[in-house]
Design a protein around this ligand. Structure first.
Ligand SMILES: [Mg+2]
Length: 253
């Protein structure tokens, strides 16, 4: 059995709109002994919420184990560690982290600062995170995406902007729990067998991740602006369903 790992935002859906052809192409997978898992850098929703959203949109049963998000990786990372965590991000994110670890609202007593996505961030927040680092707190990001697509034509700023700013001033590299970084690729290699194909709309996350785990990479079109050359993708298609058709066609040959 081969596994397809597919991205969500910009690949399977845009906001709450399923991308045409996705539902139909999933129906063929069983017949060809293909398993699917969903790999996203979305950390503003809990894995269970993403699972529920997908079931509703795709009209199929999905196992929670089929969903991999930075929060799944974070949860495993924090197992058996007793750390005081300060969360820079949405209330939703704080609540999730609070359910798996100790969260503090006082950044000065944190041992770990976790950077998630906020609509806007201030210079004061940047300064506070930097002084926490200088006082010995470890900084991690949920992902380093610079943008994410909100519809066919537009995208919004992601986590990456604040992370980049802090990295530049402190001259450090911040590790993330997102694609394509080590925690994420190691998690996939440890937990799934034979991830043969990766489908996604971003070169800097999906295609690089495919390379990390030695899978064939399929790049689809979306509103996202790719900062890296798409030449490193093994295959380029207009949309998800075209990738599935190509995978199946190759299996038949
Ligand atoms: Mg995407």
């Amino acid at each position: 059995m081969n596994t397809i790992a597919t991205d969500l935002d910009g690949t399977i859906y845009l906001n709450n709109e399923i991308i045409p052809g996705v539902i139909e192409s999933l129906l063929d997978l069983d017949k060809y002994n293909l398993k699917i898992i969903f790999i996203t850098n979305n950390s503003s929703q809990a894995p269970m919420e993403i699972c529920n959203k997908l079931e509703k949109l795709l009209l199929i049963d999905i196992d929670l184990d089929q969903i991999v998000t930075p929060l799944v990786i974070l949860k495993q990372y924090l197992e058996n560690k007793n750390m005081m965590i300060y969360v820079h991000g949405s209330d939703n994110l704080s609540n999730f982290v609070n359910s798996i670890a100790n969260v503090t609202t006082n950044i000065d007593e944190s041992q770990m600062v976790l950077i998630g996505r906020k609509e806007k961030y201030t210079q004061l927040e940047v300064n506070n995170i930097m002084s926490a680092y200088q006082n010995g707190s470890n900084i991690y990001a949920l992902n380093k995406d610079l943008t994410f697509p909100i519809n066919e034509f537009e995208f919004e700023e992601g986590n990456g902007a604040i992370v980049k700013e802090i990295e530049k001033i402190l001259n450090i590299e911040i590790q993330s729990f997102g694609k394509p970084d080590k925690f994420y690729s190691n998690f996939l290699l440890r937990n799934f067998e034979n991830i043969t194909y990766v489908i996604g709309d971003r070169v800097d996350t999906d295609i690089l991740l495919a390379n990390e785990i030695n899978a064939k990479s399929y790049l689809v079109n979306s509103s996202i602006q790719n900062f890296l050359s798409d030449e490193i993708a093994d295959f380029k298609f207009d949309k998800f369903s075209d990738c599935i058709s190509s995978i199946i066609k190759n299996l038949q040959n």
